[in-house]
Design a protein around this ligand. Structure first.
Ligand code: ZN
Ligand code: ZN
Length: 268
């Protein structure tokens, strides 16, 4: 029995004697099957030739995998007044990474933006004693390894503490979530956007994509909803889904400009 991990998207599946016929995330039109066909690994195999990459990304400690694996996702460690949050997740947990994060006070909860970053979320939760993994109920169908540690939230906003709030920002997935952190490191207000607001290559704009790799834009009604939901939410920096893909400084203004640019492009 093994818990197979998809090599293209990094999603770990529940224990099974053989690998699934296909990965449901990669078979979905928002993702793609690797060009060499569906490939699987396991957590044990992955740990043999990969390690956890822990290094600063902007003002935050990033947690990834080296050499690069899957999308490649990068999680962030957030020491907040709601507790220490692991924002997003990756496929590989190692004793060295757990020790490093425990030295910083440990992880109290895991919060994930959307199914592309579910990865080995249950493995990470169990490594920290079964901490809750907070994900939006609208994306429940994409869970591949059920666990009592998964906590589904509903609605459009969820306040985790006076300074940490989750906002549902649909378009990529119905439950796509961003995390707003007031008064973070160096006193800055931050928006952790996953790819609900997708930072583009100039790192001065975002765009709104139903599928990033297959270039399918989000529906204008979803983008209108995101614009309304984030109206009046201030932030100086915005962190995207992977290493370095961030807008550091004037990020709120960059997002406003990007909403205008998107609506011009789709003729609204
Ligand atoms: Zn996959
Ligand atoms: Zn995604």
């Amino acid at each position: 029995m093994a818990q197979f991990i998809c090599q293209t998207c990094g999603l770990q599946y529940a224990e099974n004697p053989s690998a699934p016929a296909r990965c449901k995330i990669c078979a979905d039109e928002r993702q793609y099957v690797g060009w060499a066909g569906q490939k699987w690994t396991t957590h044990e195999e992955l740990a043999q030739d990969h390690s956890v990459r822990l290094e600063m990304d902007g003002d935050l400690l990033g947690i990834g995998i080296t050499p690069g694996f899957a999308i490649p996702q990068r999680a962030l460690f957030l020491p907040t007044d709601a507790g220490n949050i692991l924002w997003e997740c990756t496929s590989l947990v190692t004793p060295a990474a757990v020790a490093e994060l425990k030295a910083r006070g440990g992880v109290d909860m895991i919060v994930i933006s959307h199914p592309h970053f579910y990865s080995s979320m249950v493995e990470w939760s169990e490594a920290f004693g079964g901490v809750p993994v907070i994900i939006h109920a609208a994306d429940r169908e994409w869970v591949s390894r059920p666990s009592p540690n998964l906590k589904f939230w509903e609605g459009d906003t969820l306040e985790l503490s006076p300074s940490v709030t989750l906002f549902r920002c649909p378009g990529h997935f119905p439950g796509s979530t961003v995390l707003h952190w007031k008064n973070g490191p160096n006193g800055k207000d931050l928006l952790l956007a996953g790819d609900a607001l997708h930072v583009v290559q100039d790192r001065q704009h975002v765009t709104f994509m139903y599928s990033v790799p297959n270039y399918i834009p989000s529906h204008p009604e979803c983008v209108t909803e995101v614009r309304q939901r984030l109206d009046g939410v201030g932030f100086e920096d915005l962190y995207g889904y992977t290493w370095g893909l961030n807008i550091l400084g004037n990020a709120r203004q960059a997002v406003d400009t990007s909403f205008d640019r998107y609506f011009r492009a789709v003729g609204r």
